[in-house]
Design a protein around this ligand. Structure first.
Ligand SMILES: *Cc1c(COP(=O)(O)O)cnc(C)c1O
Length: 239
């Protein structure tokens, strides 16, 4: 199957999942995650009509951006992995979206750099919904406090929340993670609505997109089921 065929198949899964829970399919977007994959595969997805691509490592995203942006009108990059403060300046230069905000220090550095660049960045706050210590994201019970301290300029356009659910064969355990995020969203809407309407929920990956859609996702992030298994880090195209 080609990248275009895979995109069609994944989009059908999303649409079907929406119909199953009486949601409008246009309320759930598909973010293709091109991490570790070569520009030629991004090109295929671009030709199929996709414009925004998820990448988890800043240097990899930057390498593709530098190679592709000039002759691909509208091509945009979403950083979906954690960011060290010293990489914020790069993100401020080329990314459209950052989905893994869980540090005030990074927020303020991004804000400062964006103001210098005269750019805006859409931002999602990452929530650690599974409680696994190795996972990024703020703890659900810290969300209100974190959001209140997010005193940044309009350079950071805070849109909502992102999570990576438990990787488990038990659909109930996965669904619980998504419900935690919806609970956080409710609280933020009541208590910190001056920062954002918190409308965007980036939830769901190749293995759990149907559960995520049933539990309120507005965007699924799909790598494997579009581009195939992750490339061995030693064999990534530009390294
Ligand atoms: C890699 C990645 C994805 C895509 O995962 P697949 O299981 O390959 O679909 C989604 N979200 C984040 C944060 C990722 O790092």
């Amino acid at each position: 199957m080609s990248v275009a065929d895979n995109l069609t198949a994944v989009r059908s899964r999303i649409d079907e999942a929406c119909r199953a829970c009486h949601r409008d399919p246009s309320d759930v977007s598909l973010l293709p995650v091109s991490k570790t994959k070569p520009p030629s595969m991004v090109e295929e997805a671009y030709q199929a009509g996709y414009r925004l691509f998820g990448e988890n490592i800043v240097q990899d995203a930057l390498a593709k951006s530098e190679l592709m942006d000039a002759d691909h009108p509208g091509l945009q990059w979403a950083i979906i992995g954690g960011l060290q403060t010293n990489k914020a300046k790069y993100v401020a230069r080329f990314a459209t979206e950052f989905q893994a905000l869980d540090s005030l220090k990074v927020a303020h550095e991004l804000d400062k750099r964006l103001q210098i660049e005269g750019r805006q960045l859409r931002v999602l706050v990452q929530v650690n919904s599974s409680g696994e210590p190795q996972k990024s994201g703020i703890a659900p019970e810290q969300a209100v406090d974190f959001a209140k301290k997010l005193a940044v300029s309009d350079s950071l356009d805070v849109r909502g929340l992102m999570t990576v659910a438990l990787n488990s064969p038990d659909p109930k355990a996965v669904a619980d993670c998504f419900d935690v995020v919806v609970g956080v969203q409710d609280k933020l809407r009541q208590e910190v609505n001056e920062v954002s309407d918190w409308a965007q929920l980036s939830m769901g990956m190749s293995s759990d997109l149907e559960i995520a859609v049933a539990h309120g996702s507005t965007q699924v992030r799909i790598g494997t089921d579009i581009f195939g298994a992750r490339t061995d880090p030693a064999k990534i195209w530009h390294r």
